[in-house]
Design a protein around this ligand. Structure first.
Ligand SMILES: *Cc1c(COP(=O)(O)O)cnc(C)c1O
Length: 380
């Protein structure tokens, strides 16, 4: 049976990219590979909204998060992190794992951090050297406001470090204009690739901080990686060669579609998915600030979403994801990132309806699909 991937990472990979990655392997210290590496890195810049160098790392997205911590923070230094879900919490764990002092801003799941909360934390912890935050918190399906946070941190000696793992390629990111000091992402979300590559770019002042930083680091030492990639046009260690070829191809597809069109398509898919959820009598976990790459639908009391997710996957071949931690059993997360179009929403909503019906949830059959379709109809 055909399988459908609607998880908020990994996300589907287009056939053009699969084909690109199926080529015979070449060696990574060759002029041929350097050309591919350079153009893949160059094509990342518009997605980041930066003129800075984007560095590729062979790791999952968390590797780039770790690189941001070890290159910008030294043991004993304080850092503030926004914890609005699983990935925000990960910033805190990374800071502590590397000897930093983590100061938490706790945000209810589904909410955006308030700018005033951050301003308060910056006043309360004047020695903080960095602020770590997600642009899109994939576990709570919520967006945090990055631009106004940049306005706060750029006036101080505080690095703004942003996890853009489900926002780069989904919504506009203006790293330079907003004053983001480090922006990280990973290959398996909106970049339409399998897992295995992570990316990071640093602002001018972050580069200065990185050079002076004496924290121990080796594989993720960005001083070495920057020199290798920018000056020698190779990577410091053996890269995931096939994924770099795939990245160059997927970025070619994204840029050919046009970034404004890519962002509008994500917004449309997200709106259609939310409309469908509401029409089915499900709640929205992030009604005020929903992420455009993943939608979180809340189940009614008594309905275990783990069962919904399993029914969709096992009987219909449609993969979505449940909730993590406190949202386990209560949330259905539908990814609509990367290689997807508006009509894919009808597929996932159709499957959701069938599973919900079989599990005894009551609603008019087709109500979700009709609501999604109405949103798509109104799009021009
Ligand atoms: C997926 C994701 C990560 C983790 O990435 P891995 O590739 O699993 O290491 C981190 N942050 C966000 C926001 C994510 O969506």
């Amino acid at each position: 049976m055909k399988k459908y991937l609607f998880t908020p990472g990994p996300a589907p990979v287009p056939p053009e990219v699969l084909l690109e990655m199926a080529q015979p392997l070449i060696h990574h210290r060759t002029p041929e590979f350097s050309v591919v590496l350079d153009s893949a890195r160059e094509r990342m810049k518009p997605l980041y909204g930066t003129r800075q160098e984007v560095i590729l790392l062979t790791a999952s997205g968390t590797g780039a998060m770790e690189a941001a911590v070890t290159n910008l923070l030294q043991p004993g230094e304080e850092a503030i992190f926004v914890n609005g879900g699983k990935f925000g919490e990960r910033w805190g764990k990374l800071i502590e794992a590397h000897g930093g002092v983590a100061r938490e801003i706790k945000v209810e799941w589904g909410r955006a951090v308030r700018v005033e909360q951050v301003a308060e934390a910056l006043r309360a912890y004047p020695r903080a050297r960095a602020l770590f935050v997600q642009a899109s918190e994939t576990s709570s399906c919520a967006l945090h406001p990055i631009e106004p946070l940049g306005a706060l941190t750029r006036e101080r000696d505080v690095m703004l470090v942003v996890d853009g793992i489900t926002s780069v390629g989904v919504i506009e990111q203006k790293m330079d204009a907003w004053g983001i000091d480090a922006l990280v992402t990973g290959s398996q979300k909106a970049l339409m690739l399998p897992p295995g590559l992570a990316m990071i770019a640093l602002s001018e002042r972050a580069l200065e901080r990185m050079k002076k930083n004496r924290a121990p680091r080796y594989y993720f030492d960005l001083r070495r990686e920057l020199k290798a990639q920018c000056e020698e046009h190779i990577t410091a260690y053996t890269p995931a060669v096939g994924l770099v070829f795939g990245l160059r191809k997927s970025l070619e597809l994204i840029l050919a579609e046009g970034l404004p069109q890519v962002f509008a398509r994500h917004e449309l898919m997200a709106r259609a998915t939310r409309a469908a959820g509401v029409a089915l009598g499900l709640g929205l976990i992030a009604p005020d600030n929903p992420a455009p790459g993943v939608t979180g639908l809340l189940a009614p009391e008594g309905l275990d979403t783990g069962k919904v997710v399993r029914a969709m996957r096992d009987r219909l071949g449609v993969s979505v994801q449940g909730g993590q931690d406190q949202m386990k059993g209560r949330l259905i997360r539908i990814g609509h990132m990367g290689h997807m179009g508006p009509l894919d929403v009808l597929v996932v909503i159709g499957a959701l309806e069938i599973a919900l019906k079989q599990l005894g949830h009551r609603f008019a059959s087709g109500a979700g699909v009709a609501a999604a379709q109405a949103v798509i109809e109104s799009w021009n």
